[in-house]
Unconditional design. Structure first.
Length: 263
């Protein structure tokens, strides 16, 4: 299937520049080092998805002229991946329809606890003019589900202090990995074709207790063996040019507004 991926935001939780560290190791003269928080737009076979709703979502959707979404997939409930969820009310208003959201059990519980007013009431899932309207669907690791004919398999991402999922589209056409320290072995069994594109997070090049470093990320990219891989979720320790110079030919550093075509 044809499609495209848009890196709406390429930054980790503090963004770049951050309040505490400023530009850190990043060259402030390079606009690709200006990073809002991480969300990703995915369009495959005419079906459109958001992966996560970061706090900068409104500006990102306007900047990229994105007004239609068929479904939202959540990786986990950290604020930098979730707390732009209120902006989905505008998607409801544009489409005049409810919007399906998908998440693991613990992530969905957090969404309902923090943002209960957004969840569609039973029998009122089309009342979207004045009331926001999200329809929740709980998903499980390695259990496929379908959205308008697109097959999606959640994969388990481990040691990130809470439940976290990645997503494999159409058996590997596009693979999206969010925050992790390790990736479950079962994830690789869900990828039965060589990925056209793999999205991987790199918060800092040296890694942290709950985040893989550059060597670990490159090792997993080699295992997935994609045609192309893009790094996102970068903090101020990760300068665009410096990280780029350490990457193999089929791997690049993502930046806000980056578009990648799936041929």
């Amino acid at each position: 299937m044809s499609g495209r991926i848009v890196v709406l935001g390429a930054g980790a939780a503090p963004g770049v520049p951050s309040l505490s560290l400023g530009w850190g190791n990043c060259d402030q003269k390079n606009p690709k080092n200006i990073r809002t928080r991480t969300s990703t737009y995915v369009e495959i076979g005419g079906v459109s998805f958001l992966i996560d709703t970061d706090p900068n979502l409104r500006e990102q959707l306007i900047a990229n002229n994105i007004r239609r979404i068929d479904a939202v997939l959540y990786t986990h409930s950290h604020a930098d991946h979730l707390h732009g969820i209120d902006d989905l009310r505008e998607i409801n208003r544009i489409s005049r329809q409810s919007l399906d959201i998908y998440a693991g059990k613990e992530t969905m519980k957090a969404i309902k606890n923090r943002f209960n007013y957004l969840i569609a009431s039973p029998g009122h899932d089309k009342n979207v003019v004045r009331t926001p309207s999200l329809i929740p669907h709980v998903v499980k690791g390695n259990r496929p589900f379908y959205v308008k004919g697109v097959k999606i398999v959640p994969i388990k991402l481990l040691q990130h202090c809470q439940e976290c999922l990645g997503y494999v589209f159409n058996d590997g056409e596009y693979v999206h990995v969010a925050d992790f320290k390790r990736i479950a072995e079962s994830a690789f069994k869900t990828v039965v074709r060589r990925p056209k594109l793999l999205m991987m997070p790199l918060t800092t090049p040296f890694g942290q207790i709950q985040h893989a470093g550059l060597d670990e990320v490159l090792g997993y990219i080699e295992r997935f063996n994609p045609q192309k891989a893009v790094l996102n979720h970068l903090a101020s320790e990760s300068d665009y040019e410096e990280i780029s110079s350490a990457l193999p030919e089929n791997v690049c550093v993502g930046y806000d507004g980056m578009n990648v075509t799936l041929d």
